[in-house]
Design a protein around this ligand. Structure first.
Ligand code: KG4
Ligand code: ZN
Length: 339
């Protein structure tokens, strides 16, 4: 049987992503990022993101189609991130998807950003077993999700009650003067540091705490205070040690809770996605702990973990394959779309 050919559009944050897939096969993945335009503000500025999406949208779609070597008229569907994300940014992608769907007379599929972060793994490791346990860690989210059906049923088991994991990386990087985005910079500097140098707090890991919720704002504050105290004492800040110790605290909590969720739900495999899944220490620790618990770990390559259009196309293709209903052409962009 012919696998569905689907174009996916992602504009929930600062990357204009367009991907083309056939079933679980990746044909093209083009990402135009406005991250450099936000760097001097130390975070994503919504208006700048929307404007950049608007400029990049059509060229990125055309480039993805060209790279995939397919004609728009051959598509079986057009998928787009309907939410959650920045309202104005989402609107650009949703409007473009509607225009192409209408002009080409193709079905439109509005998909959830978090579900696509999970589904993208199919492009690397083949069909996901169901139910799938997923740890999603990015600049906007830190969630444990159980997905009995990736196209219709994704259940949140827990989430951050304050900062997202990626947000904590970005804020700590700022304190250390490492620039934005902070995740990759901390990852790099931590390689020369001692993860046991400083005992930073592990949020929400007490016996009475919610087992699958996360909290990273206390950790971020603890790091800022520690660094501040060093500076006040006129001591040079051991940047690599701070980066490594902070990273250790984040990955310890994330992997501990993810493995526990698998155990309690009787799921023997775990996928990790979102931008923070690119973190080398998180990948290594998850591998160790999953192996020890008899859990199969699935982590897409870093380029598929950060926001991209291929993940949207992957979920769209799954929806076509499972005969899920298409979205109406008045599909709204929903900045707080629940899974
Ligand atoms: O998924 P993503 O591209 O966008 C969101 O939906 O948020 O994730 C971006 C986040 C940023 O906070 C960035 O600092 C973080 O992922 N990140 C990392 C690494 N690469 C990106 N965090 C830790 N280690 C990394 N190697
Ligand atoms: Zn994301």
């Amino acid at each position: 049987a012919d696998e569905p050919l689907v174009l996916g559009i992602e504009t929930s944050c600062d990357e204009t992503g367009v991907g083309v897939v056939r079933g679980t096969t990746l044909l093209a993945d083009v990402v135009a990022s406005s991250v450099d335009d936000h760097a001097r503000y130390g975070g994503v500025v919504p208006e700048i993101a929307s404007r950049a999406h608007l400029e990049a949208m059509v060229p990125t779609i055309e480039r993805a189609l060209a790279r995939a070597g397919v004609r728009a008229t051959d598509l079986d569907g057009i998928a787009v991130t309907a939410g959650p994300g920045l309202a104005g940014a989402l609107l650009v992608g949703v409007s473009a998807a509607k225009a192409y769907a209408y002009a080409l007379d193709k079905p439109l599929y509005g998909v959830n950003h978090l579900a696509s972060h999970i589904c993208v793994d199919q492009l690397e490791h083949g069909r996901l077993p169901e139910p799938t346990m997923a740890l999603l860690v990015s600049g906007g989210h830190s969630s444990l999700l159980l997905a009995p059906d990736i196209t219709t049923d994704v259940r949140p088991l827990g989430a951050t009650i304050d900062d997202a994991a990626g947000e904590a990386f970005d804020k700590v990087a700022r304190v250390l003067g490492l620039g934005f985005p902070g995740g990759p910079a901390i990852d790099r500097r931590a390689r020369d540091g001692d993860p046991g140098a400083i005992a930073f707090p592990r949020g929400l890991t007490g016996p009475r705490d919610a087992p699958f919720d996360f909290s990273f704002s206390g950790l971020k504050t603890a790091v800022a205070r520690w660094v501040e105290a060093q500076r006040r004492a006129g001591v040079e800040v051991p940047v690599a040690d701070v980066a490594a110790s902070f990273q250790e605290a984040v990955t310890d909590v994330l992997t501990r809770k993810a493995v526990r969720a698998c155990r309690e739900q009787g799921v023997d495999h775990l996928m990790i996605g979102g931008g923070v899944a690119a973190n080398t220490r998180l990948r290594a620790m998850a591998e160790e702990r999953c192996a020890a618990a008899g859990i199969t770990l699935r982590v897409p390559r870093p380029g598929l973990c950060t926001d991209n259009g291929a993940m949207v196309a992957a979920l769209g293709a799954e929806m076509v394959a499972r005969n899920r209903p298409a979205s109406a052409l008045d599909l709204p962009a929903d900045s707080s779309l629940p899974v």
